[in-house]
Ligand binder design. Structure first.
Ligand code: SPV
Ligand code: MG
Length: 295
């Protein structure tokens, strides 16, 4: 089964699927090994690892390059955070066809205007896209995909900018009508109240994805699943864990703390994650044959 078909199946599965936000190929491989069903190629994470802000400072071709490394390193489906789609319908269709060619299983487009700002940062109150214009972007995305199973997720930012649940529902309805395969209802509230209300009124017209960074402490994945979520994305926790770990290690390294060696991954783990074993086997095979073929 290809990764697009898997992603589509996870969205309509009766069981809950957890996705990890990843920022590069190494974090993607680590999350896959840990057992996540799928990966979220996080715009926040990718920009952060490039030393940039989550404000479309990285170009879309740079994002495609990072996604290419992620898909090469893993088997599980990767849903790419496509931000606003980098412009109008025309930018969206070019972006989507390149993402699909690099092995992405789907793309998530949000109903804001290029260039966007991250939804969770405190000054992130941005204008939403006009409904009709965003629907054109979604239609262009659907028209651009080659494999029928490639997934286009419409992300609704109405709640993030302080709008009512009714507006989120109206937008979600229009986006489903325009061809979105699923919706991601985002919120930065400290409780799940609004997203649960949304899902109750939405009634499963399309699968729902959630990014519960700010409200998971007040609920559980199981409760969100019971309320109607198909996929829960832990979008930025691996990025934050890498930051905290490297900050601690950098200080310890500078202070030449001998105990650091016991708290970090051994080099053998680096080589294992890089799949050195495969290369060593291949060297054995190719070089021994080469020696045999020597006149
Ligand atoms: C991301 O991970 O880039 C997201 C999720 O879009 S959030 O940061 O919550 O907006
Ligand atoms: Mg993002």
């Amino acid at each position: 089964v290809n990764s697009k078909t898997k992603l589509r199946a996870y969205l309509s599965a009766p069981s809950l699927h957890l996705f990890a936000g990843v920022h590069d190929a190494l974090s993607a491989r680590i999350a896959e090994e840990a057992g996540f069903s799928g990966l979220w190629a996080s715009g926040l994470g990718i920009s952060a690892q490039l030393g940039l802000r989550d404000a479309n400072e990285a170009s879309w071709t740079q994002v495609v390059e990072v996604v290419d490394h992620m898909t090469e390193a893993t088997q599980v489906p990767i849903l790419v955070d496509g931000d606003t789609g980098w412009g109008d319908f025309n930018n969206v269709r070019r972006f989507v066809s390149k993402l699909e060619a690099r092995g992405a299983a789907g793309v998530c487009l949000e109903d804001k205007v290029f260039p966007k700002l991250n939804s969770l940062q405190s000054n992130g109150r941005e204008a939403l896209a006009a409904v009709g214009e965003f629907c054109a972007r979604l239609r262009a995305a659907k028209d651009a995909q080659r494999d029928a199973d490639f997934v286009v997720v419409a992300r609704i930012e109405a709640l993030v900018v302080g709008g009512p649940v009714a507006e989120a529902l109206e937008r979600a309805g229009a986006y489903a009508e325009a061809g979105a395969d699923a919706v991601l209802i985002h919120s930065k509230q400290p409780t799940a109240e609004q997203v649960v209300d949304f899902m109750r009124q939405w009634g499963g017209r399309r699968p729902v994805l959630l990014v519960p960074t700010t409200y998971l402490h007040s609920t559980t994945p199981a409760a969100l699943h019971a309320a109607g979520a198909s996929v829960i994305i832990r979008a930025n926790e691996l990025l934050r864990s890498a930051i905290a770990s490297m900050q601690r290690s950098a200080k310890a390294l500078l202070a030449t703390e001998p105990s650091l060696e016991n708290r970090i991954a051994p080099l053998s783990e680096v080589f294992r994650l890089q799949r050195m074993e495969e290369l060593n086997d291949a060297r054995e095979r190719y070089f021994s044959k080469a020696r045999e073929d020597e006149p």
